[in-house]
Design a protein around this ligand. Structure first.
Ligand code: ARG
Length: 465
């Protein structure tokens, strides 16, 4: 499969023979780090241009390198690169192909550079692009939620605690809770991006270089805010990947909660939502079935996101400075997390856009379980000057009575309510419906339709929609 006889052409000067086949296999990262090819070529371009400006490389060599890299990029883009595990990684593939194409100038490219600062730079650039891609996915998710929240700012559904009906809320309010979560997720990614945006290139192997390089120039050329401060840290740091993975894990965790809710809502006892054909599947034996597979898979895949963080954290734990080959194993968890999260975000966005909300069962469930009991207690506080603890007790007795009679609170006769507490008047009926209940919760961030509309407007403004 690979030529393991000859010593490696890039680092094999002191080697008499090549590695064993197993060594080649365990050592090679090209199978996955080929995904860094664009970043690797961008880094080489910036490095060569800087070396030329610094007088380390001739203008002619730089021109040959830039042209050669155009060709390498075109070949990789066209799927023409011959990937070879003996060449280990993306850095050596690009450099050796460049050498085949342009000869000697290619051999000067690695001056004042190491694969250690190269890979740190490539990977940071890749993670930065991934953050931008995930952010766009989160914005699309937020837009979908906002549209549905707007549509259902007044739709009443049960709010739950302990998965028991607690108080009526609006569906719009419930959906806006996920907009708030996604906003925090975006904040975490943005924060990670800001901290990651320092360029390791020029740290070389670990100690810096004796060549008169201009690290600010390469940093600027690659869109970094500045060069990193310490050469040892530059090649040892994978915080940027871990921060990315922790933000990805939390985002996935949020998605899994909505996925779980959709699964519950779609079940027969709830019937709060109907799944569209586009996001459900049938059963091979039960013709009546319509299963929430996409939501279940999102719920499941979040395990991989949490695992990706764990996987890289364990690679980094206890690693002495500076670079160790352990760090080559940093990429797969990140690549995998980006693919998984991108897919989960797209699936959740699609589901949110197309779910059919069944407002009648939602309203019926919202009215069940004496969900307006707190409204009764609040009325006693407001209209009767009753201390809340006492009002809570009185309401408890009213609930007990309703339960015994098999009625809802608003179905109790005034005389029955007066028997519970003489201070109750027929004004009580104005607060016992689910509509009145939600409309009354106008505190900042509350579930009243007026507050939901304000929250939607604020989120849209924040997003520039
Ligand atoms: N493929 C390596 C990685 O991904 C590149 C750095 C190799 N450096 C070294 N000193 N062997 O980490």
């Amino acid at each position: 499969m690979t030529d393991s006889k000859a010593a490696n052409q890039l680092w094999g000067g002191r080697f008499g023979a090549g590695p064993s086949a197993i060594m080649t296999e365990i050592n090679a990262s090209i199978g996955f780090d080929k995904r860094l090819w664009k970043q690797d070529i961008a880094g080489s371009r910036a490095h060569a241009a800087m070396l030329a400006k610094a007088g380390v490389l001739s203008a002619a060599d730089n021109a040959a390198i830039q042209q050669g890299l155009d060709t390498v990029a075109a070949e990789i883009e066209a799927g023409q690169m011959a990937w070879n595990p003996a060449l280990e990684d993306i850095h050596m593939h690009v450099e050796s192909r460049l050498a085949e194409l342009i000869g000697e100038p290619a051999k000067r490219l690695h001056t004042a550079r190491s694969r250690n600062d190269q890979v740190a730079t490539d990977f940071k650039l890749w993670v930065r692009d991934a953050i931008d891609q995930i952010d766009a996915g989160l914005v699309a998710f937020q837009r979908a939620l906002l549209a549905r929240a707007d549509e259902h700012a007044e739709t009443v559904m049960p709010g739950f605690t302990h998965l028991q009906v607690a108080q009526p809320v609006t569906l719009g309010h419930h959906l806006m809770a996920y907009v708030a979560m996604a906003a925090r997720d975006r904040g975490r990614f943005a924060d990670a991006r800001r901290r990651a945006n320092e360029c390791p290139l020029g740290a070389a192997a670990l100690a810096g270089t004796s060549f008169p390089i201009d690290r600010a120039m390469t940093a600027a050329a690659l869109g970094f805010d500045r060069p990193t401060a310490n050469s040892l840290d530059s090649v040892s740091d994978r915080d940027f990947a871990l921060e990315f993975l922790s933000a990805a894990a939390l985002t996935g965790l949020h998605l899994s909660r909505l996925a779980e809710e959709i699964i519950i809502w779609a079940s027969q006892p709830y019937k709060f939502v109907s799944l569209p054909d586009a996001f459900s599947t049938g059963s091979s034996i039960m013709p009546q079935k319509r299963n929430p597979d996409a939501a279940e898979l999102v719920r499941a895949k979040v395990g991989r996101l949490l695992g990706a963080f764990q996987s890289l954290a364990v690679v980094m734990k206890g690693l002495p400075l500076a670079y160790s080959k352990d760090m080559q194993d940093d990429k797969e968890p990140v690549f995998h997390a980006v693919d998984t999260l991108g897919l989960c975000l797209a699936a959740m966005t699609g589901m949110v856009e197309t779910l059919v909300f069944n407002t009648a069962p939602m309203r019926a469930a919202a009215a069940s379980g004496f969900s307006t009991a707190t409204d009764l207690a609040d009325w006693l506080v407001r209209a009767g000057g009753v201390p809340f603890r006492e009002a809570h007790h009185i309401t408890g007795r009213a609930v007990k009575l309703a339960e015994e009679k098999g009625l809802m609170l608003h179905e109790l006769a005034l005389d029955d309510l007066k028997a519970v507490d003489a201070r109750i008047t027929d004004d009580i009926y104005s607060v016992l419906t689910v509509e009145a209940s939600v409309a009354s919760r106008t505190s900042h961030g509350g579930t009243a339709p007026s507050q939901v509309r304000a929250a939607i407007a604020a989120a849209r403004q924040e997003l520039g929609l």
